[in-house]
Unconditional design. Structure first.
Length: 154
């Protein structure tokens, strides 16, 4: 299956709650955009700011973390740590040329399949509104500038 050019959306989901919510959405045959790529992690608290920045560099247009509800984390406070990281990074994204709306943290439990489908739809709509990730375009242009051109004889 060929990756879509636009929009590319990454959902980073907690193994204990949100990933099960995604599974339930599928089992219920709920519709959500096919451009969503879901990555399961043991806990959203394990997701570092650098992981998110790398995903933007790789060309994802919007990214969301989806973890347990506050107070329900299997690792006690992982979801709270993740929320703090996301909120801090959202403030810093402007300096990198990205809109803060490209990143969001949600809380979805294992029994909330419809809510998970709604989160996916919301992030898809945001990606369409914001347009392609400008970091991806700039990174590609910088890379192309370093490559030998076929139209120039050596």
């Amino acid at each position: 299956m060929k990756e879509p050019e636009f929009p590319r959306i990454l959902g980073i989901c907690c193994r204990w709650c949100s990933y099960a919510g995604a599974d339930l959405a599928g089992a219920m045959r709920l519709q959500y955009p096919p451009e969503i790529r879901i990555m399961m992690v043991p806990c959203t608290g394990r997701v570092d700011i650098l992981h998110i920045l790398k995903a933007f560099e790789l060309g994802f247009d919007t990214i969301f973390l989806s973890g347990c509800h506050e107070g329900d984390c299997h690792y006690l406070a992982g979801n709270i740590k993740a929320k703090k990281r996301v909120n801090k990074l959202k403030k810093d994204l402007v300096a990198l040329g990205l809109e803060p709306e490209r990143l969001e943290m949600f809380h979805v439990s294992s029994g909330e399949g419809p809510k998970f489908a709604g989160v996916c739809t919301e992030m898809h709509e945001r990606a369409l509104k914001l347009g392609p990730n400008p970091v991806k375009r700039e990174a590609r242009a910088a890379w192309l500038a370093t490559q030998p051109r076929a139209d120039i004889a050596v």
